[in-house]
Design a protein around this ligand. Sequence first.
Ligand SMILES: *Cc1c(COP(=O)(O)O)cnc(C)c1O
Length: 830
Amino acid sequence: MSSQFFSQDNDVTKVDSGSQDSQVEALKQDFIRNLHCLQGKTLNLATPYDYYMALAYTVRDRLLDHRLHTTHRYREQQAKTVYYLSAEFLMGRQLSNNLLNLGIYEDMVAALEQLGLNLQDLVVLEAEPGLGNGGLGRLAACFLDSLATLSLPAMGYGIRYEFGIFDQLIINGVQVERPDKWLRYGNPWEVCRPESSVRVKFGGYTEFSEDESGQIHIRWIGDREVTGTPYDTPVPGYQNQTVNRLRLWRAHATEELNFADFDRGDYVGAVADKIFSENISKVLYPNDNTSQGKQLRLEQQYFFVSCSLQDIINRYRRQYETFDRFHEKVAIQLNDTHPSIGVAELMRLLVDEYHLGWNRAWYMTKHVFAYTNHTLLSEALETWPVSLFESLLPRHLEIIYEINQRFMNEVRSRYPGDLDRLSRMSLVQEYPEKKIRMAHLACVGSSSINGVAQLHTDLLKAQVLHDFYDYWPQKIQNKTNGITPRRWLLLSNPQLSGLISSQMGQGWITNLDQLRGLEPYADDPKFQQEWQQIKYEHKMALTEHILLFNDLEVNPDSLFDIQVKRMHEYKRQLLSVLHIITLYHRIKQNPGLNLVPRTFIFAGKAAPGYFMAKMAIQLINAVARVVNADSEVGDRLKVVFLAGYSVSLGQKIYPAADLSEQISMAGKEASGTGNMKFALNGAVTIGTLDGANIEIREEVGEENFFLFGLTASEAQALKAQGYHPKSYYRRNRELKAAIDGIANGEFSPENPELFRPIVDSLLERDEYLLLADYADYIHSQERVSQAYQDRVNWTKKSILNTARMGKFSSDRAIAEYARDIWHIQPVYPS
Ligand SMILES: *Cc1c(COP(=O)(O)O)cnc(C)c1O
């Protein structure tokens, strides 16, 4: 993608600061200096990666300068700060985003050009920091962008995984995982801060003692200790001189070697201890929407939460003598239950380490924490065996029991005699195994509980957290997710950004509601033509990507029908596969059939241990192999699975979509944010009434959204009355043929039984009601094809989708969190 899209009269990236020539000159000088001093190279000896590093350092210098001033301002104003605790941050590549947000993109292009270098050639050398699985981690990244853009005092806290989400290869149609060695060549964006290291204990036992005044003190004697060292990544706001931080913790041994073991001659034992410590931040668990009940996972959670809370307290105490104002200066957001052990850890720190009384500590704790729930799926709700807590975090178990006892007393006095309610609301699950319910801990220890789309919040209130809603009706609220328009339009689609800005200026970049100003152009032939042209260019670029990586030729004039997201049964990638097979069968039965040509594009990683998700990838590739090679099909139908779905691949895919597939079973997708990225880039959605789809449809208008399927309550009712997938299979000839095709080896002739697990799952259980929704889905897809043939009307739909996406800016979401949950104010540069 050439940088020329950022230039000309609709340049959206320039910032007025001195003469442009001197700015370019300064960038050039700094680049050359960094090449010499940090990479030890001259211009003609350097490799492309040396250039990338020197460029990154040149950008980082400017970020750190702003960062210093931002910290100073926050201190001076004694501003309340929000700390966003998340086990995942899916940041995407940093270089071009940072150039854009600093307002030096265009000048950097010019500076590099004068040195004979091309920016885009260097951008792609950056290893993507894939420290997240999917939507949850990407949301955290969008939120950091908006926090900085709104000049809000904020810091992200997480884990600096040495290995992020695995690299996905597709070999013979099957997913193969490879470790993601993203730090292999160094990371120029982070700054290590060893002076802010903290220590974290594990295991051991607790001890009581009484002081002279009869006060009881409890000491936790751990049997292992690790050191957490923070690595800070600057997070710039959009051209506003605010730079916040993402602080990620790395675990290592407290002593490089255990000297006691060493002196006893146990050299290997000493080194092994070091390895145990480093394991904690070694690798991201690759599960999305599923809890992995492994001890190491709990160790990771406690490690980063304890590091972060100690850091928060240290920062607070540098400014304030007592804890009186702690809750007025600190807000902590729990991104799902992954950091919810923080409730017990803050109590421990305040009571055991800083000797606050229980009631005062509990008051502080309840006021600083807020909890975001991200899922209704029961397999994703985290519970930890009490036995694991006993051995790993004995003091926290005592604290959780104490919190629970006090909470149960309150519930008992509100609902005397309601024993069922007590056991439902308890932080401790008794059967079949004694476990701690982390969502309950988060609810009890927080001032606010929020869902991430209206339907999701309604379902939390009515079902998953119903007792808590009964108990605290004001505590549960909705905060519909959003995405940052900087990365997901300005950066990923500079062409469309330029066109929009040429009509209405650049205000939309930080005030996305202004996109409504596009509505008057939705029918304008010239504007429509430019709009179509830009979509075509992105489809062309994706066509080239497909040719390069999948060795497949697709037609950029065909309808690009795209489903990209984590592979999961509830997301129903297989429903789209059933549609493809149905179209294929129609062609085979009627070779002259006049079909609107479609290219079906999939991408997404499957958790390595998730058999059905991996099998779905295999089926998509099997269907692709048969369909793509069938000369009778021609270019009416092509199927592509792109390997290695990631933020940077997403930036290529979303702008190239005509149709966005958001087809989860209603009531299962908490919000979705991929749906927003597609629509913002002018794709029209086919979707169920699930998650944020409902609100997207409300905004863009029902005539600009292809709806199908059961509603969440219809789906629940169907299951309650007894669901029989086979009856749908028997009654629908095309559905039967599609499933029979899979069952009979039509797509796996060398192994007809290969996809038996998929067939059995659909016919025997069909937990996610694919068969119940199939007929309506096919119908809706026929309306899509019809609509697509009317290019003028389709383009209008596309423009109106973009124009009406203002609500889904993460700036709106963050402004709501700041107002309703955190009670924080912006601190603007003077
Ligand atoms: C936006 C995004 C997601 C979330 O997609 P959904 O369709 O909402 O599940 C997952 N992965 C990446 C890389 C993303 O950018």
